[in-house]
Design a protein around this ligand. Structure first.
Ligand SMILES: *[C@@H]1O[C@H](CO)[C@@H](O)[C@H](O)[C@H]1NC(C)=O
Ligand SMILES: *[C@@H]1O[C@H](CO)[C@@H](O)[C@H](O)[C@H]1NC(C)=O
Ligand SMILES: *[C@@H]1O[C@H](CO)[C@@H](O)[C@H](O)[C@H]1NC(C)=O
Ligand SMILES: *[C@@H]1O[C@H](CO)[C@@H](O)[C@H](O)[C@H]1NC(C)=O
Ligand SMILES: *[C@@H]1O[C@H](CO)[C@@H](O)[C@H](O)[C@H]1NC(C)=O
Length: 482
């Protein structure tokens, strides 16, 4: 009996070891400017069957936070470090700015490569390209198809006067005229199809959708006859083509027999841009602001390794946590000294989050001068200064005329300190700083502690050399100006 037990036990241990030793394929999908209320699993007016299925069969994050705009969030995803420590806390990296994510950081794809992964990236970088060393294939990705900047035309792939699409280190003129989602999807499918499934695959897929410009093939917009507002209708179509892309890519994983071994992380980079028809209802505010509508991201995980599925996970997670969490899922070695917390066990076992506080952002650069800071401490959220534009609560647009959005904008005269209890008041209706002065003092002291690591925002004026280099490269953005 004892012997049988020991043999059984040994077998079990061996079995578990071999299970945990199997490194999952990892698909890290980022949706650009997708709002809290822009997915079918929250809003039945949205057509996103593939996203809904993955989310409902996985773990939907209720409190996964991102930065209020693009470059800061992506720098957090890649480095696990708060942007206010790397100088990327202010707005986004402009095409003409000679700035990039600091080169001395070890970033996620490098660590994945070290753990034996094939690493590929398709889509938006937006972490600087002024030097080749700043660009994806010099920072851990085996291959890259995508663009360096933001807000390019979905067909012409140009922005700020120049073409912006690159295949590894070559300007990819051949995709001019094609809607990006189609060929990004095809490339992802090619990579999966040609991949040797014995090697773990890390595929980083930061899609162009659903950032402005509002462009999508007509047929996707026409799937929304019940939406009267033209902008919202086309925006909704942009969400649906993204969903179709994800459906196609997961189908290819299934065809290749890799799906069961794949872990998918999906996240928005910030809240919806309300001026371009995104929606965060019932949350307050939107992209650019530190309100929940700007920072509480639509996010879920699905697939391999998750033990508890079909759940909503309410524990606090911050954008900086994804790097160590994915490294843990990959069985890799953690990078020391980062802000991110490895949440892999918490998520896969549905245990409490290891995070009790985080900085929404610290940006002293902001004009007009109030600065912009917010911190979460348990259920409390404290703002110091300007929370950022779009200050109100907005339902999805459905009038033929656009709804004016500039109501309730912060003015200099507003009380510069605002406190909310997010557990009681997730939509930030009740400002309670005067009732809880000791909490205000306490969190202010903590924010000041964090300020010791604040580095000045790297936000230089346009560098004329950027344009010269692009012109020399036949009219496409190109590294070589820093
Ligand atoms: C990277 O360089 C910056 C600026 O020199 C320095 O403050 C920071 O500590 C360095 N970070 C790492 C991880 O080496
Ligand atoms: C990009 O690099 C990868 C990996 O080296 C290679 O397989 C692929 O063919 C390259 N693509 C182009 C267009 O050069
Ligand atoms: C938009 O308004 C139309 C006409 O009033 C209505 O039939 C439709 O249900 C509304 N759609 C949404 C998504 O609210
Ligand atoms: C998804 O695949 C279908 C079938 O091949 C194709 O018609 C459609 O264009 C694809 N959509 C995207 C976004 O790649
Ligand atoms: C903040 O509150 C915590 C818990 O109540 C307490 O331990 C800490 O000393 C306070 N910190 C400050 C700076 O008041």
């Amino acid at each position: 009996m004892a012997t049988t037990f020991i043999i059984f036990f040994t077998f079990l241990c061996f079995f578990q070891k071999s299970l945990s030793a199997k490194q999952p394929h990892i698909l890290f999908i980022v949706a650009d400017d997708l709002g809290w209320n822009d997915v079918g699993f929250r809003n039945p007016d949205m057509i996103t069957p593939n996203i809904d299925k993955l989310a409902n069969e996985g773990v939907i994050f209720d409190s996964a936070y991102v930065l209020p705009v693009c470059s800061p969030s992506r720098s957090a995803f890649m480095s696990g470090i708060y942007p206010f420590k790397t100088g990327l806390q202010h707005y986004v990296i402009g095409a003409y700015q000679n700035v990039c994510l600091p080169l001395n950081l070890t970033i996620l794809p490098q660590q994945m490569k070290k753990s034996g992964y094939a690493t590929h990236m398709i889509g938006k970088w937006h972490l600087g390209f002024c030097n080749w060393n700043c660009t994806p294939t010099y920072r851990g990705f085996d291959s890259y198809l995508g663009y360096y900047n933001a807000a390019e035309d979905y067909y012409k792939h140009n922005v700020a006067g120049f073409y912006d699409l690159h295949d590894n280190e070559t300007t990819a003129w051949n995709f001019n005229g094609k809607y990006s989602t189609y060929f990004f999807t095809e490339r992802a499918q090619e990579i999966i199809t040609n991949h040797n499934a014995e090697q773990p695959l890390f595929l980083y897929l930061p899609f162009q959708n659903v950032h402005e410009p509002i462009e999508v093939p007509e047929k996707y917009a026409n799937m929304y006859p019940h939406v009267m507002n033209r902008g919202r209708k086309y925006f909704s179509g942009m969400v649906t083509i993204l969903d179709e892309a994800i459906g196609n890519i997961t189908q290819t994983l299934k065809d290749k027999g890799m799906y069961e071994d794949t872990l998918i992380l999906f996240t928005a980079d910030n809240g919806a841009e309300l001026l371009y028809y995104g929606n965060n209802w019932p949350l307050r505010g939107g992209k650019h602001s530190l309100w929940e509508g700007g920072t509480r991201g639509t996010s879920f995980m699905s697939g391999a390794g998750l033990q508890k599925k079909g759940i909503t996970y309410s524990g606090l997670i911050h954008a900086v946590d994804w790097m160590p969490t994915l490294i843990a899922a990959a069985g890799g070695e953690q990078v020391p000294g980062i802000d991110g917390i490895n949440q892999w066990d918490s998520i896969r076992l549905n245990e409490p989050s290891k995070r009790t506080e985080f900085i929404y952002n610290l940006d002293d650069f902001y004009i007009p001068t109030q600065g912009h800071a917010a911190m979460r401490d348990g259920d409390w959220k404290l703002f110091l200064g300007y929370p950022g534009l779009m200050d109100g609560w907005y339902k999805p647009m459905n009038d033929t005329e656009d709804t004016p959005l500039y109501n309730l904008i912060y003015s200099e005269g507003d009380y510069p300190v605002q406190l909310f209890n997010i557990a009681d008041d997730p939509n930030e209706y009740h400002e309670i700083s005067l009732q809880y002065p000791h909490i205000v003092a306490n969190i202010t002291a903590k924010i000041n502690q964090y300020r010791q690591w604040l580095v000045p925002a790297k936000y230089p004026p346009s560098d004329p050399k950027a344009k010269q280099v692009a012109e020399k490269n036949g009219g496409a953005w190109y590294p070589g100006f820093c």
